[in-house]
Write a protein that binds this ligand. Structure first.
Ligand code: SF4
Length: 418
């Protein structure tokens, strides 16, 4: 994507796609760029990830809509990974990605060796925190640098004063206790290496105390009603500070979460897209709405502090907060304006009252509350729509394609994300 200078204040939103379905929704909900990984060498081996067929479909879908694609090659290479990485780069060289994201300089060497000229973005994993480091990577031909998560706003301004490099920062999503995502906890406890894309998130597990002579007896360490998560950090939410980050010279805001739900992808993407396009008084006017919507995706308590004022308070004693259940989304228009074919992710019943959310167009928020009038499965009326299928659903009001449906629920805490 051809970015203008920071003075144009035209920052873009880079949204995650764990699979093709999420890519399509991210595009519909306002992503300027979408990042995803393939079969290997990216840092989310547990995400759906893209087959070669998915990659072709995703590139075509984004290409038709002017949305840039970033392909992730951001895992770290061990010596015995090099031949496989070289082969993999040759396999993906035919795909016209707009950018490749790397962490390991060895991967950069392999891309250069292959002759691929796709612009390269540098992952946050490389902990770039100062303008000298930015210039170093620029000299090596890196087009965009995703700064380390530990950087402060003032430091970003300092970097911008010295360079014209494209700068990206994390705007929203999970943080963790590790420095720039580099951590051995998962590998140590489970044999699955975070730096090879297989983190099992043990920092978010609940821990108990065991006395060495009583190995079977677990003494609960009580931090709150559900146990304790002393290593679990809060989640990032920069929504209040977006104008300050744009002013500091940030070109791109990344939304974390390839493993998170389609609803999360849609709602966070539309909110941050709306925020970067909103100026002046309107920003303060929309802020409560954005905060309310970001509160309705499951999250740990939020922080806008990327550890740069670390005082220990960014670790969270509260597990995931969940205030809405993702019901499904409209894959196509139904027989009339009040009907739609809904792909269902959680049960939906007659007379349910649910929210429909939509991409935000200019200043217009089209979200509405709908009541389910009837549900049919292949022409047969049913009382309840089950997850995993597509149903024709009639509502009391009009519904459009790409509406995302959710049910607001009493405040709960838990581990599942929606
Ligand atoms: S175990 Fe936790 S701290 Fe370590 S990389 Fe995974 S999420 Fe981050």
């Amino acid at each position: 994507m051809d970015l203008k200078t920071h003075n144009d204040c035209r920052a873009v939103i880079a949204a995650p796609a764990g699979n093709l379905e999420k890519l399509r929704i991210a595009a519909a909900y306002g992503a300027d760029e979408i990042y995803f990984g393939g079969a290997d060498f990216n840092l989310r081996s547990q995400a759906g990830n893209f087959s070669e067929d998915d990659i072709l479909k995703g590139l075509s879908f984004c290409g038709e809509r002017g949305i840039a694609t970033t392909f992730l090659l951001n895992s770290f290479l061990h010596e015995n990974d090099i031949d496989a990485a070289r082969r993999y780069i040759n396999e993906i060289r035919r795909f016209p990605f707009d950018a490749l994201m790397i962490s390991d300089p060895g991967m950069l060497e392999l891309i250069r060796e292959s002759g691929i000229e796709t612009p390269i973005h540098l992952s946050t994993q490389m902990s770039t925190l100062n303008h000298l480091a930015v210039k170093f990577w620029q000299r090596l031909g890196i087009q965009r640098i995703v700064l380390g998560r530990e950087i402060s706003l003032g430091e970003i301004q300092g970097i911008r004063d010295h360079t014209d490099a494209e700068i990206e920062v994390f705007a929203h999503g999970s943080l963790c206790i590790s420095y720039s995502g580099r951590c051995l906890l998962s590998r140590y406890l489970t044999g699955r290496d975070a730096n090879l894309g297989s983190c099992t998130h043990p920092c978010r597990w609940r821990y108990a105390l065991v006395e060495e002579k009583r190995p079977g007896s677990h003494f609960e360490v009580i931090e709150h009603a559900r146990g304790t998560e002393i290593l679990s950090s809060k989640d990032l939410r920069l929504i209040e500070k977006v104008p300050a980050y744009i002013e500091a010279g940030v070109n791109a805001f990344k939304i974390e979460g390839r493993m998170k739900s389609l609803y999360y992808t849609a709602n966070t993407t539309r909110i941050y897209k709306h925020a970067v396009r909103t100026r002046g008084d309107a920003y303060a006017r929309f802020l409560p709405f954005w905060e309310k919507e970001l509160d309705l995706v499951s999250h740990r308590p939020y922080t806008d502090n990327l550890f740069n004022e670390f005082n220990g308070s960014e670790f969270s004693g509260i597990p995931y907060i969940k205030k809405a259940l993702f019901i499904g989304y409209s894959v196509s228009q139904g027989r009339d304006a009040t009907g739609a074919y809904i792909r269902v992710f959680n049960p939906l019943r007659e007379n349910d009252v649910i929210d429909a959310i939509y991409p935000i167009d200019g200043e217009t928020v089209r979200d509405s509350t709908l009541t389910v009038k009837s549900i049919s499965d292949d022409g047969t009326g049913v009382q309840m729509a089950q997850p995993g299928k597509i149903y024709h659903v009639e509502f009391d009001k009009a519904i459009d394609t790409n509406a995302i449906l959710r049910r607001q629920i009493p405040y709960t805490t838990g581990e599942r994300q929606c």
